[in-house]
Write a protein that binds this ligand. Structure first.
Ligand code: NAP
Length: 294
């Protein structure tokens, strides 16, 4: 068996085209969805991610603005800017690019974002809403992108054994919660998991987000499994690689995502979707508040 390679770039293009129509519908009502990105410091990877987000916004017709702060900025001015953006009617989504310099408390800054503009889905309200299975939330973008890839390929989730390798707050944990909400049976593995292969071999759907190149090899994968590789690792020779040994695992899996070109393009796409959804919700709320003339 050779797996079908899921083309994340193609799926991302398809999703963006669909959401572009929703942007046009909002624009016809005089509303341009707006995203504000806050970046503190000069982390080169963060700068690339922010540039990609701004570019993606422009492609789909969103307004975006970047708010830059020096690496040694204290918490107060950043929180003051978030509060201004919370009040700004042109801005529907706010994200704080992570990681932050050590003097800044991530939880404090994320907690300052209005829950209605929390398009990264990292505010504790959105995290809690995900835990209790609330629908009307902003799902964190990377796991949302994985879910979207599975749905696009019509891969069944209900009743499937899903194993998520990685338990971070931004990928592994929300991924597990989102698939539990779709009635999968989910196991989460992490650094201290003993004998990782004993879990991965049971997976109908294996999602790997550990940040360890080559962690998952063919003997660890069930024949016919769906393998989603979230990992992005820079190898010593400069190439990018995932967490899965792509060449061997693709001979055993039914579906597999490549790195690059798999989950990566979906993450920024889902940020656009969340921002447009925020603008739509805001428009619906405002419409309800308009007094009906008699
Ligand atoms: P992270 O915060 O470092 O978390 C890594 C998780 O993997 C932790 O839960 C860790 O366990 C677990 N882990 C590490 N080594 C392991 C091993 N040998 N066996 C089992 N579990 C192991 O990383 P992250 O932010 O979740 O990102 C994970 C990877 O995805 C990275 O390569 C990152 O670049 C990539 N990523 C990609 C996208 C995208 O758009 N494609 C977006 C975000 C992240 P402990 O909890 O026990 O430490």
């Amino acid at each position: 068996m050779t797996a079908k390679i899921i083309d994340g770039n193609a799926v991302a293009r398809h999703v963006r085209d669909e959401w572009k129509k929703r942007v046009e519908a909002l624009k016809a009502r005089g509303i341009t969805p707006g995203l504000a990105v806050i970046i503190v410091g000069n982390n080169p990877a963060s700068r690339v991610y922010v540039r990609n987000k701004v570019k993606a916004c422009a492609e789909v017709g969103l307004h975006s603005e970047t708010h830059e702060f020096a690496v040694d900025t204290a918490e107060e001015p950043v929180i003051a800017r978030i509060e201004e953006l919370n009040r700004n009617p042109r801005i529907h989504g706010i994200l704080v690019q992570l990681p932050l310099p050590p003097q800044l408390e991530t939880r404090q800054l994320l907690g300052a974002i209005s829950i209605e503009k929390d398009v990264d889905g990292f505010h504790l309200y959105n995290v809690g809403a995900l835990v209790v299975g609330e629908n009307n939330i902003f799902p964190p973008c990377t796991p949302y992108g994985v879910q979207c890839l599975l749905e696009y390929e019509h891969i069944p989730i209900e009743g499937q054994n899903v194993v998520v390798v990685g338990a971070s707050n931004i990928v592994g944990k929300p991924m597990a919660l989102m698939l539990m909400a779709k009635d999968a049976t989910v196991s989460i593995c992490h650094v201290k998991t003993r004998d990782l292969a004993q879990y991965t071999i049971l997976a109908d759907i294996l999602i790997v987000a550990a940040g360890c190149p080559g962690l998952v090899t063919a003997p660890m994968v069930k024949r016919g499994a769906v393998v989603i590789d979230v990992g992005i690792n820079r190898l010593p020779d400069g190439r990018l690689a995932g967490d899965v040994d792509f060449d061997s695992v693709k001979e055993k899996a039914s579906y597999i995502t490549p790195v690059p070109g798999g989950v990566g393009p979906m993450t920024v796409t889902m940020l656009i979707c969340n921002t447009v959804a925020a603008a739509e919700r805001n428009a619906a709320k405002n419409a309800k508040n308009i007094p009906v003339s008699t």
